[in-house]
Design a protein around this ligand. Structure first.
Ligand SMILES: *Cc1c(COP(=O)(O)O)cnc(C)c1O
Length: 231
């Protein structure tokens, strides 16, 4: 049974790697410039462990309870938190997250910073950018980025690494990711170390790589269709 799953994951990984290789070649980029984050939400810890064994150590989750449980069970992974963080969960997230992709408000900086300091850790932070101005989908408006970036940079235990976005529903991903890349360039003027761009999921990773993404977050293409509700 688990042998079958391992083979399935290995095949999916090979296919995703082929897509990444092709996208990097088309963009004149090196494959090593792009980190593949496998989004394991809704899938069991055993799948996450199989991915680590197949060489995918960067794993993403979007809910604290699920992420915390997997972080305790899986060995050798680096955890990326890609969902919206409730402030009262920030202390927990700060104990296991290597990179939080979804910081979009000052109050969250404060809570994450406190958690990171308490845990004696440094947590990487990406600012989630809203590309469609719809606050329901998370992300800060582009105009809020400079102040938020300064806030993260001044927070003990946090390290500002760059930006993240989800392409707006129904929008053309190439245009959305180009706007994200422009926001990233703006941010780098004041924070030259903030070079990461987290963009692209199963359906649009080629567009993201073309626009300069350094991190792609791939769920469905790696693990299959998530059972039940869309999340
Ligand atoms: C679930 C999720 C992904 C992965 O999406 P797929 O379409 O399954 O590849 C990427 N980013 C975020 C923020 C997610 O919540």
């Amino acid at each position: 049974m688990s042998g079958g799953r391992r083979q399935e994951l290995a095949e999916n990984l090979r296919h995703v790697e082929e897509r990444l290789d092709r996208a990097c070649r088309a963009a004149g980029r090196q494959r090593a410039e792009v980190t593949l984050v496998a989004v394991t939400k809704t899938w069991p810890a055993t799948d996450a462990q199989l991915l680590v064994e197949l060489g995918v150590v960067d794993l993403g989750e979007n809910r604290d309870a699920e992420a915390r449980a997997k972080a305790a069970q899986v060995t050798g992974a680096r955890w990326h938190f890609v969902g919206s963080v409730q402030s009262n969960k920030a202390g927990s997230v700060a104990r296991y997250a290597h990179l939080v992709h979804s910081v979009d408000r000052p109050s969250l900086c404060q809570a994450l910073s406190r958690g990171a300091v308490a845990a004696g850790r440094t947590v990487g932070v990406l600012l989630q950018v809203s590309l469609d101005g719809d606050p329901a989908r998370g992300g800060a408006p582009i105009g809020d980025l400079p102040a938020l970036a300064d806030r993260v940079a001044a927070s003990p235990g946090l390290e500002l690494r760059g930006v993240m976005a989800v392409a707006p529903l129904g929008a053309e991903p190439a245009g959305a990711f180009a706007r994200l890349a422009e926001a990233a360039r703006g941010l780098q003027q004041a924070h030259p170390g903030a070079r990461a761009i987290s963009a692209g999921m199963s359906a649009d990773l080629e567009h993201a790589v073309a626009a300069g993404a350094t991190h792609v977050r791939v769920g469905t293409a790696m693990l299959g269709h998530r059972p039940g509700v869309l999340r």
